[in-house]
Design a protein around this ligand. Sequence first.
Ligand code: NAD
Length: 264
Amino acid sequence: MAGLMEGKRGLIMGLANDKSIAWGIAKACADAGAEIALTYQGDAFKKRVEPLAAQLGSTVLADCDVSDEASLDAAFAKVEEAWGGIDFYVHAIGFSDKSELRGRYVDTSRENFRNSMDISVYSFTSCVKRAEALMTTGGSCLTLTYYGAEKVMPHYNVMGVAKAALEASVRYLADDLGRKDIRVNAISAGPIKTLAASGIGDFRYILKWNELNSPLRRNVTQADVGKSALYLLSDLGSGVTGEIHHVDCGYHAIGMKAVDAPDI
Ligand code: NAD
């Protein structure tokens, strides 16, 4: 895919470490020739993200807390100052208090509901609005969602509700920005062991279940998601917008596995 993203510049938010889905996407885009700007959330992540940025040759790096408008303004201003404009934007951010990512959804607190919706849903809208201003010749925006938006998944709770709202946002944003040739899509990734995922109750069981029950009989990797992101962020996805694209080894297609399946 070398050359596919030559001359393209993009901002990727949500890199915590080399296990992050954002890292799979950043590497795929950089390998295809893109220049990448990155944000990290506070000093605790800075020391992990700086060496990764150096690996990609990224020189535009900003601290950003997406729950804070001033922090968002400063991060996007830094990108504008460095490049003037961008061609793609990636939002790989989600948050919920992990004490509520177990037990019953009905017990979700108002405070955590608000916080989860603000950081995991509204921040995408707020960032896409800022990205729009930098995409003067069209562009592509991408966020990350999960099957728990469509069906009940154990312990996903308020994040499932947030992801459903995020997926609806993708469709509304796609319609708002389509006239400017800005596309807005989401990847619904299968479970991957990352920092955020480790906060979800019984996550190892979820991983094993997906591995055994997906048509491809394995879990997805950051690299799988990176390759699909490349399609949606590059000109290969030029006719695709408002789409929730499953990158989950086919898990979403299965209603029930046959009892005579050879490996159960
Ligand atoms: P991760 O922990 O590597 O990334 C989550 C990121 O969100 C971190 O970089 C964190 O700093 C950032 N973040 C949280 N609150 C923030 C805030 N207030 N301001 C700025 N950044 C903030 O985990 P990940 O699994 O790579 O998560 C990336 C995205 O992928 C999330 O939206 C997640 O819900 C989604 N996703 C993950 C999986 C999975 O199984 N790992 C599956 C489907 C979708």
